[in-house]
Write a protein that binds this ligand. Structure first.
Ligand SMILES: NC(=O)c1ccc[n+]([C@@H]2O[C@H](COP(=O)([O-])OP(=O)(O)OC[C@H]3O[C@@H](n4cnc5c(N)ncnc54)[C@H](OP(=O)(O)O)[C@@H]3O)[C@@H](O)[C@H]2O)c1
Length: 162
């Protein structure tokens, strides 16, 4: 990881924060992406106090212009990036919500952040990733996004009739 340039979305808390710390401790330069300026700055300062190489970039993955500005800014600062970690996401509805009760605005917001935001940021960083000798995109998912045969069997067994 030494010398690698890594972008991590959702870096102000949870697994994104933990990955930021670990990768920066291993010698990477990490760009921390999140929406919330206050918690982002607090975590950035916490890591800078430990002499870790981190830079906060406030970006809302729901906002296309924000993503464009982020890519432009980093393109001005770096001639390549090595890894993009798509970790930032929302889970706005309880897993127990029935399909007929999911509000349209929740569905749209979830798709705009988790799907469109992840796709757009990936597309737009491809040129910088291609300039790396080891460019990688790492996408975070969920057990529910991995419908293996066993999960499908478990789901069928646990399904209640509508
Ligand atoms: N934790 C679990 O049990 C679990 C299970 C399955 C999958 N996952 C997946 O693993 C990843 C990390 O999970 P976590 O629990 O560590 O996450 P978390 O603590 O809920 O944090 C979510 C992160 O995503 C960022 N984020 C959300 N919406 C954003 C937006 N519109 N623009 C920019 N950043 C945004 C948040 O930043 P702000 O604070 O600025 O909003 C925050 O840093 C996620 O992709 C999640 O879906 C987690």
């Amino acid at each position: 990881m030494s010398g690698k340039i890594i972008i991590i979305t959702g870096a102000n808390r949870g697994m994104g924060k933990a990955m930021t710390q670990k990768l920066a401790e291993m010698g990477a330069t990490v760009y921390m992406i999140c929406r919330d300026k206050e918690s982002g700055s607090t975590v950035e300062n916490e890591f800078k106090d430990k002499n870790l190489s981190v830079t906060l970039k406030i970006t809302d993955l729901e906002n296309v212009e924000d993503i464009n500005n982020l890519v432009q800014e980093i393109t001005k600062e770096q001639n390549h990036i090595d890894v993009l970690i798509n970790n930032g996401a929302v889970n706005l509805e309880k897993a127990t919500t029935r399909i007929e009760n999911i509000p349209l605005e929740i569905l749209e917001q979830t798709m705009n952040i988790n799907f469109r935001g992840t796709l757009l940021i990936s597309q737009k960083f491809v040129p910088l990733l291609k300039k790396s000798t080891s460019g990688r995109i790492i996408n975070f998912s969920s057990g529910l996004g991995q419908l293996t045969e066993w999960v499908i069997i478990l789901l069928i067994v646990s399904l209640k009739p509508l």
